[in-house]
Design a protein around this ligand. Structure first.
Ligand SMILES: Cc1ncc(COP(=O)(O)O)c(C=O)c1O
Length: 411
């Protein structure tokens, strides 16, 4: 590497550091869960997407272990060559059955699924209308497709309607794409309204339900089912397996034609090694638990209610005020605005054995740095109370150090 190139990187790294935007990793030792050993320190984890505690469920691990013993580690090739295993096929069928859709297609990650679907389906002459807070993979997939990309103000239905109206004269096909549960805000898109708008403007709706699948709707069937919608309303449904299902990968569920088309055209799927069969076995075991143990989701919702009630009684405002009624999801952000404040509070909590990662730009818009608190069915009432008390203490400490107004505590 030439020194000038390295110097350029170092200068950029320095800039990120001085702007409080430098990112580092902490090392987790052992199984993922609510109690973690992080950098050698025990702590309570409040920043995971393992909403049902399945990532370390012994039954899921055992299913993976059996598949490993039977079939080894790697799938060996892409699915179109020789990597398509019986575990993959069974998982796809079970996911399709669970969702009441004809077919599902397994991808190695949600990132790959969103890139593959958008790049594969959209043509240059098409138009894509997308919520501005959509996940980065939807943004990149949309941009990569070469279609006209229209970014709409978050959750603004009249802006969606206006863009759809303007696109009426467009020669190509129209697509609307949105997260179902916004990953950094925890609020839910109004899927019924988006479906209605898409239908009346002859547009195809794609929903990324990474954070709703396994959590929301009857039996955890996700946001589309929760909204009482079906495949005619939302023809393209994407969800991930690495969050509530505690495994890894993602899938697209839709019509026979959609899946067959993606098999021909989704480049991130065609040109990528199929996921390890043992991961598919793990996801199958998780899906079985999801179907048969509704009490897991009940515990998660009790925890969400406890956190929100406890925050309200302490004067801590979670989420955005105007959307907070719409955030009965495991993602409950505490917006701090400034990066340094978010980092300080995160550090304060970590020193007390509570891990809540600070989320900063570019993951969230400038001026909206936050702690993204997430809940699991496995958190205890006492752990949630400990977190709430520590947040109040931390906000008071932050206030006394910076002398800045702390809007989160309405004391
Ligand atoms: C809304 C959303 N879509 C897609 C992804 C990507 O999924 P994966 O982690 O499986 O790549 C994520 C997060 O990781 C997400 O939050």
């Amino acid at each position: 590497m030439s020194s000038t190139f390295d110097d350029r990187l170092k200068a950029e790294l320095l800039r990120l550091r001085s702007a409080n935007l430098y990112r580092t990793r902490r090392i987790v030792e052992g199984a993922h869960g609510v109690m973690l050993d992080v950098d050698g320190q025990p702590c309570i984890n409040f920043c995971s997407n393992d909403y049902l505690g399945l990532a370390a469920d012994p039954r899921v691990a055992e299913a993976a272990r059996r598949a490993l013993a039977r079939g080894g580690t790697g799938s060996g090739a892409s699915a179109l060559v020789s990597g398509y295993n019986l575990e993959h096929a069974r998982l796809e069928q079970e996911l399709a059955d669970f969702l009441g859709r004809p077919r599902a297609l397994l991808f190695s990650s949600g990132w790959a699924a969103n890139l593959g679907v958008l790049r594969g389906l959209l043509k240059r002459q098409d138009v894509l209308i997308a919520d501005e807070l959509n996940h980065a993979s939807l943004i990149d997939g949309g941009r990569l497709s070469g279609a006209e990309y229209r970014r709409v103000a978050h959750a603004n239905l009249s802006a969606f309607a206006a863009d759809l109206q303007q696109a009426q004269s467009h020669p190509g096909a129209k697509f609307v794409v949105s997260d179902a549960v916004f990953s950094m805000d925890g609020d839910c898109a109004d899927l019924r309204a988006l479906a209605q708008l898409s239908r009346s403007h002859d547009a195809t709706l794609m929903i990324d339900d990474a954070h709703g699948f396994g959590v929301l709707g009857p039996d955890g069937r996700g946001s589309v089912a929760a909204a009482g919608l079906n495949i005619d309303d939302v023809p393209i449904y994407v969800a991930t397996l690495g969050k509530s299902l505690g495994a890894a990968g993602a899938f697209v569920a839709g019509s026979e034609a959609l899946i067959e088309y993606l098999i021909q055209r989704a480049r991130s799927w065609v040109f990528s090694t199929a996921p390890p069969p043992a991961i598919a076995a793990a996801a199958r075991a998780s899906l079985k638990i999801l179907r048969t143990e509704p009490e897991l989701r009940a515990r998660l919702f009790a925890n969400i209610a406890q956190l929100r009630a406890g925050a309200a009684s302490r004067g801590i405002a979670l989420g955005w005020r105007e959307q907070s009624a719409n955030t009965l999801t495991p993602i409950q952000p505490l917006i701090l605005g400034d990066e340094a404040r978010a980092l300080s509070l995160s550090r304060f909590l970590f020193e007390r054995g509570l891990w809540v990662a600070a989320i900063r730009p570019p993951t969230v818009p400038a001026g909206t740095a936050r702690l993204r608190i997430t809940l699991s069915a496995m958190h205890t009432r006492a752990q949630i109370e400990t977190l709430l008390d520590a947040i109040v203490e931390g906000l008071v400490a932050l206030h006394s150090h910076t002398d800045a107004a702390i809007p989160q505590v309405v004391a």
